[in-house]
Design a protein around this ligand. Structure first.
Ligand code: NAD
Ligand code: UDP
Length: 319
């Protein structure tokens, strides 16, 4: 198959490109590097089935030849990134999604949208099944991301209903692993970086808010399963139902890295969701998918990657 991966040089996208090449697909990776890193896919450039296109998905979009699948991942994704790039985030979800859908329509390709658990906002239903419609503040600082993804889902479903595009939506819950940017501001990358540096772990609020952390290899298996299920529109939750408080995560990172760092409490960001755990019955039944990597294993692999790359020039905070 020939697969176009938008946002393919980002954290998740680069693992997806790698997995697709490994199983024999051809991959066109499109990225504007607003939050992604060229190094994430540099090791793939020698493969003749891999093509990198430096482009913005919100501009006119085309690639030569037939396309079997468009996997649309391009969007800033960490809260500091989408706060820094609010208009770009809305555009990636809006115009970017429409451009990617149009390309899929022209080529008769399957279209897979990387949506997010953020469509559930600060959920009043716990854990979250796909049937829950969410509790999003449409004018809060997170809305540029949450509402862009909700709009992207609505547009994908409209292209399916009106134009027959073979659309599949996955709602991704917090995912972590190698190639997270150490200063992307997400909790796992931040805690691992801080623990390895011996600095205090910055816990927002009292750390009682929960998240459910999925290792990136598990997520990528889920996305490829969605690619491989033509006709299945979803949405399908992809995440690890093992739920932890942020404070528990801090303790786990300290234990795994053997760090003697302390904890420093900072104010909780506005509209920070209080809890998050996916119901994954649909993924189990319709995709035959479930996460396999326990969080302590995944965190160890992540910390190992951070250690191995500690001499690389890391992009600083807010860049
Ligand atoms: P990331 O920031 O590492 O990757 C996003 C990639 O998209 C980057 O390489 C960036 O440069 C690129 N990009 C952004 N806007 C673009 C544009 N206009 N044109 C071309 N490229 C553009 O983030 P990630 O964690 O890898 O997230 C990938 C996708 O998965 C995103 O759509 C995100 O919303 C979704 N997602 C991720 C998580 C997670 O926990 N990692 C959770 C939910 C959803
Ligand atoms: N968080 C934290 N310290 C940090 C970064 C994040 O305590 O340095 C908290 C954040 O407030 C949230 C949780 O960890 O409650 C997950 O944050 P992240 O940005 O990784 O993901 P999201 O909020 O998008 O789920």
């Amino acid at each position: 198959m020939k697969v176009l991966v938008t946002g393919g040089s980002g954290f998740v996208g680069s693992h997806l490109c790698e997995a697709l090449l490994l199983r024999g697909d051809s991959v066109w990776c499109l990225d504007n590097f607003c939050t992604g890193e060229p190094e994430n896919t540099a090791h793939l450039s020698a493969d003749p089935r891999f093509r990198l296109l430096r482009a913005d998905v919100t501009s006119a979009l085309d690639i030569p030849g037939p396309v079997d699948v468009v996997a649309h991942l391009a969007s800033p994704a960490s809260p500091p990134d989408y706060h820094r790039l609010p208009l770009e985030t809305l555009s990636a979800g809006g115009r970017g999604t429409e451009n990617a859908l149009r390309l899929a329509q022209r080529r008769g390709a399957r279209f897979v949208l990387a949506s997010t658990s953020e469509v559930y906002g600060d959920p009043e239903t716990h854990p979250q099944p796909e049937s829950y419609w969410g509790n999003v503040n449409p004018v809060g600082p997170r809305s540029v991301y949450d509402e862009a993804k909700r709009y992207a889902e609505a547009m994908a479903m409209a292209y399916r209903r009106s134009l027959g595009v073979d659309v599949g939506i996955v709602r991704i819950f917090n995912t972590y692993g190698p190639r997270m940017r150490p200063y992307d501001g997400r909790v796992v990358s931040t805690f691992v970086r801080e623990a390895l540096a011996g600095s205090p772990l910055t816990v927002y609020g009292d750390g009682s808010q929960t998240r459910s952390f999925c290792y990136v290899d598990d997520l990528v298996r889920g996305i490829t399963a969605m690619i491989d299920h033509p006709g299945l529109s979803g949405p399908v939750n992809l995440g690890n139902p093992a739920e932890r408080t942020v404070r528990e995560l801090a303790d786990l990172v300290l234990a795994i890295t053997g760090s003697r760092s302390g904890i420093e409490y900072r104010p909780l960001p506005v509209d920070d969701p209080t809890r998050r755990r996916p119901v994954i019955t649909r993924a189990r039944e319709q995709l035959g998918w479930e996460p396999l990597v326990p969080v302590d294993d995944g965190l160890r692999r992540t910390a190992d990657w951070f250690i191995a790359h500690s001499s690389s020039p890391w992009r600083g905070p807010g860049t």
